[in-house]
Ligand binder design. Sequence first.
Ligand code: GLN
Length: 210
Amino acid sequence: MLDLQGDVVEHVDHLERLGITAVRVKEPSDFVHLAGLIIPGGESTCLSRLLNIFGIREIILREFQRGLKLWGTCAGTILLAGKVMDESPCLSLIDIEVQKNAFGSQLDSFTAEVTVPRVAPKPIPLTFIRAPKITRVGRAVDVLLRQDDYIVAAESHNVLVTVFHPELTPSLAFHRYFALKCGLKPSADEESSVIDPTWNSRSWTRYARF
Ligand code: GLN
């Protein structure tokens, strides 16, 4: 779990609910024995600067070559994209094109309930907060979810991208899906990961370091 900025503890809480040990990585020496790395939502410009300042960008690129799986949520998607409209890309590890803040301002944030067949058998809640849109995917990238004329979830062999925030909902389905992609064994099955009834919007506070 990349722990530089953004909604880190919400992801940690979801992973722990699946019996997955979440390691919070802040510096290059933290990158040991990771099966996967989640780049959280937050502020992509800020995250990109911090990646460079702390020397983590190079480490991610090196570990990716060694097979590290990556998942970017919202700002994380922007950092992983090969092309970002009107900006230089940061990590450029998946052949997609994104448009930042494409839904409008923070006030245009919204939720939806949608079935993503490859990820869960039932509809799952999705939360969009000042999200980007994926406007194009390359041939080696599969679309997981399309809405109207844009794409909101996609994956290549080693990279998953979602422009929404599964970590801010009671659904563990995307975390389970990513854990499986990393070769890990999540404790919940497909059915029970759709909604965790014990989750609430304050659950993450037990992992916060105030
Ligand atoms: N709009 C933010 C950015 O461009 C992303 C918002 C988010 O991660 N929820 O970085």
